[in-house]
Design a binder for this molecule. Sequence first.
Ligand code: ATP
Ligand code: LTN
Length: 326
Amino acid sequence: MKRILTGLQPSGELTIGSLIGGIGNIKKYEDKYESFIFVPDLHSITVDQDPKLLHERIRKNIALYLACGLDPKKNTFYIQSENLYHTNLSWILECNTYMGEASRMTQYKEKSENKKHHSVGLFTYPILMAADILLYDADFVPVGHDQKQHVELARDIAIRFNNKYDDTFTVPEPLIPEVGARIKDLQDPTKKMSKSSENPKGIIFLLDDLEVTRKKIMSAVTDSDNKVIYDEENKPGISNLLMIYSSMTNMSIKEAEEKFKDYNYGNFKKEVAEAIINVIKPIQDKYNEIINSNLIDELLDEGKKKTNEIAKEKYEIVRKKVGLGR
Ligand code: ATP
Ligand code: LTN
């Protein structure tokens, strides 16, 4: 069976965007591939984090993956910092990566731009990501478009290493969702709904109070012509709400337009809010049931043991090939 591997950063609370684009994208592969899902907590500290919040989110995010329907029997869950081989391999890969290729990473350029200071970790971040992937010989890496360049760097590093030291790593391929729903910010529907955005009014978090969810949808930015039509360019707010409705109900955008053709915006928004609540309420119920149970620790302990064994084996091979140690 081919292997997939991916990580979702605990950089913020999960949103309906993470559900549709991130978790949904993994869920569809869990029957077809052996699946490894981890929390890249070491990646999160490349930018400033509140230690207490970070710590809470790691556990919360695992609970939410499960509450959203990822099957613990079909996926291996683990935490990056609980496996020292990630950072050890990362160092060896850093020494086999050129400054030129690392400097081309657009996410680094974007995230470091206009900052008074930024960490060295932000620059080497994609090499740690290459180590995350190559340690496990992942065949496929499900990620959003923004991560494609990083997976390509992992490929380049693997190919170079294999040429220099003989075949060692599987060369991974990114799995990018085709067109896929891109959920936009409710207050600024020209930008992605992102878990680390500053204005919470624009974001529906999976754990939002249901009344708060309703209010956020009712105050979502729209336009003044009161027609529920999908037109991303001229009506980004309404188009986003239609996209959210369609993703939550599995109804096509066309069918949703037809359903709402005689609705005013107020009534349309009420239905969008209900559709979201119908999806997030059972997720929240399940989340509350498991967040304080032993299930999460049991899964993470199992994942830690299994992945440490796999990683150790690969790391020892690499270490010998490079000539390190005794
Ligand atoms: P951050 O704000 O920390 O950059 P993010 O909310 O943008 O986080 P990521 O954790 O980078 O999300 O994304 C995880 C995956 O979820 C990505 O592969 C991305 O494709 C998907 N995703 C995130 N937000 C959305 C969204 N609004 N619509 C659709 N997919 C999304
Ligand atoms: N950089 C990714 C998270 C991430 C990852 C990985 C994804 C870290 N290591 C390995 C896939 C494979 C992000 O920010 N979404």
